[in-house]
Structure formats: C-alpha cells, structure tokens
Design a protein around this ligand. Structure first.
Ligand code: CA
Length: 403
C-alpha cells in the first residue's frame, strides 16, 4: 500500500487532534462541517454520483442526497418528486403520457413524478442542471442514483481519501410520500441498517422540513436528526416572509397546528426541537439577514449600479440570537444555502464567497450547505488557522514547520 501524505487527511487528523483545544471556537461541534449541498451543483447537475464525488474531491465533509421514492419503492436522490426540472424526462417520447398534474403539499404541479416510474425507468433518465446561469455542459450525461449507490460511493471515497465522509439524507415531502403509500422513513432506516449506519456513531444526519416524521424517526433510530427551518422569502428590511407552502411544516397544515417555521427558532421552539432532534438546519437569514434600501413600491434599490436588483444590492444586518439559543439547548446549527455567484452575495462580501462563510463561521454555525464546496473549505481552513491554536500547532508539527 502506498504511503503518501495528502493534505486533506492531515487536515482531518489535525482537526481530530485539536478538538479538545478548540474551546475558543464558537461552534458547539468543535469545527464547522462543509456539506456538499445536492453534491456540487455549482459545477455539475444536482444529485448525481459524479456531483457527490466532485464535492468530496473539493473537500466536503458530508454529501447531501435528497430522497424521493419510485413506484417500486426505491429511494432515489432527487430534489423534488417532480422530475421535470432536474432530468431530461420531458425529451423522452416514450414517457410523454406520464405528464400530469399532481398535488405536492397542497400545491398543484405539472410534470413527471418519480412515483409514476419504476427504478428501471428512472435509470433511463439523465440529470440536467436546473439553476439558470450555471454550466449546462454536463446535461444529459449522468444517471439518477439510488440511495444505496450514494452510500456505496461515500464508503468507497472514505477509504480512498483516508478521512470519514458523511451522508446527510433529507426526507422530501414525507406526508406526500405517506399518502402515496410510499413512506420514506422505514425505507431510509432499512438502507442505513444495510450500510451498518443505523446508530448514533454513524457519519449520518437525517434532515426534514416536517416535524412529525422526525419525531417518528426519533422513536425508531438513534441516528442524529436535524430539523430544517424554511421561509418563503426575504423582505426589503431583512425580515422573512411566510406564504404557503413554505410558511410551515406541511404536517402542521395536515394536523391543523397554527404558526410558522419562525416558531421553531424561538427559545420555546428550540426547546421543543431539542426534545426530538440533534440540530436545526435554518435558512441562513434566520441567523444573519440582509436588507436593501427601498426606492419605490417596495422595490429594492440597485445599490451597486449594475442594472440588476439582487442580493448584491443588500447589506448585512447584525446576527440574531438563534445560534446561541440553539447551542444553549445542545442543538447544532447547520445553515443553508451558500452559493458563490457574486450576484448572490451581499455588498459587504465584495463578491467573495469566502467572506460570507467567514461571517457565518464567526457567528458559530456548525455546518454549511454549500453549492460550491471549495469556497467553504477555503474559508474553513482560514477560520481554523486564525481561531484554533490547536489546529495550527498540529498542522505545523505534522509538516515539520513547528519543530
Ligand atoms: Ca445591482
């Protein structure tokens, strides 16, 4: 076996060695995790083995498959049950008759739904880049992976890289899948059991925007659970807006529970979440929002004068107490979604995505869902070198510079 010292195992080893010395870091977990959000979708189509592998090559600690079920009950990695935006399904004549309108969390959607396709049929599809402005050169090349294939990749890469790579599966639309007779939870636990990962020590976090299925999972598994916290949009003043279907967990709609996602990040809400989950996964604006100057009829000013009105015209507001309140209850905080395009970064970050990560690491987030994992990894390295004496000393010693 070749004995080659690679930088990443060294960083990982130093992180592990330095953990007890990291009390000065604001993270509850010792150091922030870089989660390859849907893989590395800034570069390759979402939720493909190639995208997850690239995220790992770029230094991600975890990869994040979203899960939906096929007609024959197999969990596959897709962001939505509707396949129209993320695959080439609409271009395949033999599937034209599958096009229909379905209700997803009470909202009618037209498209092609995973639960109408067997796994064999899903394997005939190829992934495409759904986000405007991103590279479409890889469209039509990569297959849709099953959860089992993603786990196999993660295990193979763990051995290959000499560092533990984690899995961060999301149960998508749990109530919808239950109503179809294709509940996700037991299928997910069966796959984790098959992988030897159905326990608290497994390198796994299970996430959901719904609350009832996380409570159900808590009763069935010791795997770490994360409550996602959504909102509909961002107002000019930096407050969040709440409109269906992004205003509350869909199980609350079904059960008649009043309120919005915002209730989950109040002190009382966090205490409730801590009774069944190990962390929260909030939209990042719950932790530190941004605001714009309103010019007319509620529209934001084009503050940077580039002729477009977007996030780059907004200014950063003070951090909220949500991270501290969550940490006080033992909850990890993994924030989403970090995107490196300059148009998605507020004025203060100057078009540099590492600046945005550094702001959130300084607030104390324990993990970031990153579309471009390399930016998060670069910011994490800088943050640890500046803030963690143990990490710095270990790196210097291991490379001979500190002797
Ligand atoms: Ca602008």
């Amino acid at each position: 076996m070749r004995r080659v010292v690679h930088a990443l195992p060294l960083v990982a080893a130093c992180l592990a060695a330095a953990l007890p010395a990291q009390a000065k870091l604001p993270q509850l977990s010792g150091a922030p995790l870089v989660i390859g959000h849907r893989g590395a979708p800034g570069h390759l189509p979402d939720h493909t083995l190639e995208g997850y592998a690239l995220a790992i090559e770029l230094g991600a600690d975890f990869v994040e498959p979203d899960l939906v079920a096929t007609r024959d009950g197999v969990l596959i990695a897709r962001h939505e049950p509707n396949l129209i935006a993320t695959t080439n399904v609409k271009d395949i004549p033999k599937f034209a008759s599958r096009r229909r309108v379905a209700l997803v969390d009470g909202v009618p959607e037209e498209g092609f739904f995973a639960s109408d396709f067997t796994l064999a049929e899903i394997k005939e599809l190829r992934a495409v880049q759904p986000m405007a402005g991103r590279d479409t050169a890889y469209d039509g090349q990569y297959r849709i992976p099953t959860l089992r294939e993603v786990i196999a990749l993660v295990k193979r890469k763990t051995l290959e890289k000499g560092r533990t790579i984690g899995l961060y599966p999301e149960t998508k639309h749990p109530t919808y899948h239950k109503a179809l007779g294709l509940p996700l939870e037991d299928r997910l636990l069966a796959e984790l059991t098959f992988a030897g990962w159905n326990d608290r020590q497994a390198p796994v976090f299970i996430q959901s925007f719904e609350t009832a299925n996380l409570r159900e999972l808590r009763a069935k598994t010791s795997v770490r659970l994360v409550q996602l916290v959504d909102a509909d949009g961002l107002n000019p003043d930096g407050s969040l807006s709440y409109a269906p279907p992004y205003d509350k967990p869909y199980d609350w709609v079904v059960s008649g529970r009043a309120g919005t996602f915002a209730d989950l990040v109040t002190p009382g809400g966090l205490s409730e979440v801590a009774s069944y989950a190990d962390g929260i996964g909030p939209w990042k604006y719950y932790l530190q929002s941004t605001a714009c100057r309103v010019v007319s009829q509620g529209a934001c000013q084009d503050a940077n004068g580039d002729g477009l009105v977007n996030e780059a015209d907004r200014r950063v507001l003070p951090a909220t107490p949500v991270v501290a309140d969550a940490h006080a209850r033992g909850l990890l905080v993994h924030a989403y979604t970090f995107r490196s395009e300059p148009s998605r970064l507020p004025l203060e970050d100057g078009g540099l995505p590492t600046h945005e990560y550094e702001r959130f690491f300084a607030i104390g987030v324990d993990g970031v869902f990153a579309d471009f994992p390399e930016s998060a990894v670069a910011a994490k390295g800088k943050f640890l070198l500046e803030r963690s004496p143990g990490f710095r000393q270990c790196l210097l010693k291991a490379t001979g510079c500190g002797r």
